[in-house]
Design a protein around this ligand. Structure first.
Ligand code: URA
Length: 213
């Protein structure tokens, strides 16, 4: 990765990525978007069906939940940078639909240089990891979302502070209306906490610590 490459140049390079087999299955690379530099960076798992077709992160049903949680926290998506741990949609055919498949650790690792490049250029003070896959990509270990949700932590790979919280898809899959509302509130409270904490932190000039190989 040329260190002088801009975020949009890196995004163009990511469009030609063949580091794992997922480029054969996805329609296109879905690179991160939003404010850059930004105090807050939100990391999801991977693009979903709509993101894959449109080429933008969080523009499907999970993105609507995320927009709602951001608005409840007093933020808009243009205030933050949004990306995913894996930049291609992993799916398998199920009748006429494309069924989401969770990326494995090799795929997450293959995509890590793109996440590193985004972090280096966006230089967030705090990274919000949405769900376990994002948490693993940022912390360098598998987090227990139930126990670790809403805590400010230090990750293995980046200088930025880390907060792990619900993935918006988990909110969509809630069993009851009450559970859904509760998790949505928790997500927005976590985003608010992250925002408040990020305001106390200085931007780090060297966001990268080491790389997973
Ligand atoms: N889920 C994600 O993790 N990322 C997206 O961009 C959309 C859905």
């Amino acid at each position: 990765m040329p260190p002088q490459a801009s975020l949009s140049q890196v995004g163009k390079m990511a469009c030609r990525c063949t580091a794992c087999h997922l480029y054969k299955r996805g329609t296109q690379t879905v690179f991160g978007e939003g404010a850059a530099p930004a105090p807050l960076m939100l990391v999801g798992e991977q693009p979903g069906n709509e993101e894959d077709l449109k080429g933008h992160p969080f523009v499907g049903p999970a993105g609507k939940v995320l927009d709602k949680a951001l608005a409840m926290a007093g933020l808009q998506r243009s205030d933050v940078f949004m990306t995913n741990a894996v930049k291609h949609f992993k799916w398998e055919p199920r009748g006429k639909t494309r069924l989401h498949k969770k990326p494995n650790s090799k795929e997450v690792q293959a995509c890590h240089p793109w996440l590193e490049a985004e972090v280096e250029r966006v230089n967030p003070r705090l990274i919000i990891a949405l769900g376990a896959t994002a948490g693993t990509a940022v912390l360098g270990r598998v987090p227990r979302i139930g126990a670790e949700r809403g805590k400010i932590q230090k990750g293995k790979w980046f200088e930025a502070a880390v907060l792990v919280t619900w993935h918006p898809s988990v909110i969509l899959r809630s069993r009851t209306h009450e559970e859904r509302e509760q998790r949505l509130k928790e997500l927005s409270v976590d985003i608010q906490l992250a925002l408040r904490h990020s305001r106390k932190l200085k931007p780090s000039s060297s966001p990268k610590r080491e790389t997973p190989r």
